[in-house]
Design a protein. Sequence first.
Lengths: 114, 109
Amino acid sequence: NAGVMQNPRHLVRRRGQEARLRCSPMKGHSHVYWYRQLPEEGLKFMVYLQKENIIDESGMPKERFSAEFPKEGPSILRIQQVVRGDSAAYFCASSLASSTDTQYFGPGTRLTVL
Amino acid sequence: GQNIDQPTEMTATEGAIVQINCTYQTSGFNGLFWYQQHAGEAPTFLSYNVLDGLEEKGRFSSFLSRSKGYSYLLLKELQMKDSASYLCAVQTGANNLFFGTGTRLTVIP
């Protein structure tokens, strides 16, 4: 049973470009979460989605950041007009049936903004 | 505000026992999780406590006291591969995990 998959594992962008991060949850999981981890800091919650719905985006910056989890296909975290401060590891997690179930994490996407 | 406190770094000897403490103040509580994270890798689930007491799983045990806002992770018979960061996280009343900054454990021969 494949775990949570994320791609790309490493992404380099220049300031002003767009970054698209993809996450495929574990098989059978319908709840997806995105977290950001800055160097030497803890994981910070960004957004929680179910299929076709954003449930909680309280941790996501209001500008430049968006997330979706379409009926078909992976969840996408999109960062427009990236800045150097967006450089971080972005982790996706999924859970089975509710937000109180155990969250299993993917390997992360390391975004570097030049 | 919300806060989770863990020691930043710990060192222990191979074969020994180490206890990693975590204290928390959060706006809600639906359970406490411990994750292990090796450098550059995904956090992997270790344990979950929602009721007071000790949960044992092989070489790892986790304890919770909700009245004290306190948990610890106990690692026995340490192995070199246990060198990693250990993350304490609280499932708050909302839909997400609130993480501490993690404890970096170094196991020495």
